[in-house]
Design a protein around this ligand. Structure first.
Ligand code: LMR
Length: 406
């Protein structure tokens, strides 16, 4: 018996690592491997949220390639930055997120984070440090929202994000905002809701903004898909309506999708406060949390975004690529809506929704059958990634759906 085991056994205790219980792999990320291992030529990946072209590829944006080349040619040091990362990147994004007055009247401070997940983690950890114990959130939501809350030991107060007719449930979000206590916050998706694709309308955002302003409830807004819905400006409008009316808020931002930077982990976290001293203090706390978590964010992807956004021609090229992505997803959504239904599944609402995702009312058993019998991979919740569909594989998808959900 090895020495340590003998020692533990002598004290009549379990070995330390034996006290851990096994964790299931993240269901969404596990799908990537399952799909990769499937030899069927006509398999369809509707799992993890990455954009795909009509050929099923997830290419590096040409604008990112050019910016990376520029970075290789000109970068003269890889010395440390700081917990706030590349401030040029953080500042260059701000006009796109916050509009013509990028600091909304000097009320915003930001820092780079490892992806949108890092930004959400930092937002929730800082909220917790400021006394927030409970976070209201529309469900279903991105599964990692709940996982991060659980990991931080914060309570999740769920409300229904959508009505059964496919519209956003305004009453539920207003009740959450109006009813939240002083140690509670409300987490919203800025656009292209994950997983439903159902966003609040302009009028609904206006009502939500009024509710935040009147109640004093703290908003945390996760913006992970700007530009994939209607366009960069349009997709920020609802969030800006809220931010214009509240004295303080957190914003988590991701460049994973709109710059195609998935694995390079490019995100940003912004704090809004009317009170300059409070803004400085909150920012210093965010820096301290970041230092204790990841010390500094990875630089490369953020630097590439900075290079693009500081160059008008590169910016134009990036926006054109984003337009193409959006147009392709719109084409797929229109085709699904035109198909009408597959078995008992009504596909028409998908035509009015936005972004990468939609929820299909399928059972777990039907999800399994789609995978095993037809090589179609989707989240167990019934979420599909619209970008995994093409005009080529759409007929197969609709026929398979009709076969299992007849
Ligand atoms: C998704 O929802 O599929 C993406 O945001 C990837 C992820 O990290 O879950």
């Amino acid at each position: 018996m090895p020495v340590a085991m003998r020692a533990a056994a002598r004290h009549g205790q379990a070995m330390m690592l034996e006290r851990l219980s096994p964790q299931a792999p993240d269901a969404l990320l596990a799908l990537i491997r399952l799909h990769a291992a499937d030899p069927r030529e006509d398999k369809i990946d509707l799992g993890v949220g990455v954009y795909r072209t009509e050929d099923g590829a997830t290419p590096v944006f040409a604008a990112i390639k050019a910016a990376e080349q520029h970075l290789v040619d000109t970068q003269d040091s890889k010395s440390y930055l700081g917990p706030e990362g590349d401030t040029g990147f953080v500042n260059a994004l701000m006009p796109y997120i916050f509009g013509a007055d990028p600091t909304m009247g000097g009320r915003i401070a930001g820092m780079q984070t490892p992806g949108g997940t890092g930004a959400v983690r930092l937002a929730l950890a800082l909220a917790q440090k400021a006394g927030v114990k409970r976070v209201h959130m529309g469900v279903p939501s991105w599964p990692n929202h709940a996982q991060i809350l659980a990991d931080l030991g914060m309570e999740l107060a769920p409300f229904d994000h959508a009505n059964t007719n496919g519209s956003a449930n305004l009453d539920a979000v207003l009740a959450a905002v109006n009813g939240a206590g002083a140690d509670e916050a409300v987490l919203l998706h800025a656009c292209c809701h994950n997983p439903t694709g159902i966003d609040y309308t302009g009028d609904q955002w206006a009502a939500i903004a009024d509710a935040f302003a009147a109640s004093g409830t703290f908003p945390i807004i996760d913006s992970a898909y700007q530009g994939l819905g209607y366009g960069m400006e349009e997709d920020a409008a609802g969030m800006r309506a809220v931010l214009a009316k509240v004295p303080e808020a957190f914003i988590a931002y991701s460049c994973d999708k709109n710059f195609g930077q998935y694995r390079d982990r490019v995100g940003a976290f912004y704090i809004l406060s009317d009170d300059h001293a409070a803004l400085d203090t909150a920012f210093s706390n965010a820096n301290a949390l970041a230092r204790a978590c990841w010390s500094m964010p990875p630089d490369h992807g953020g630097a590439a975004v900075r290079i693009i956004l500081r160059d008008p021609d590169m910016t134009k090229a990036w926006l054109a690529e984003l337009d193409d992505m959006r147009a392709r997803m719109r084409q797929v959504r229109d085709a699904l809506a035109k198909a009408g239904s597959a078995g008992r599944i009504d596909l028409t609402p998908l035509g009015t929704q936005h972004g990468l995702f939609a929820m299909l009312p399928v059972t777990k058993d039907e999800v399994t059958r789609l995978r095993e019998e037809h090589g179609i991979y989707m989240a167990g919740s019934g979420r599909i990634n619209i970008a995994g569909l093409t005009m080529g594989n759409l007929p197969k998808f609709i026929a398979a759906l009709a076969a299992v959900a007849g």
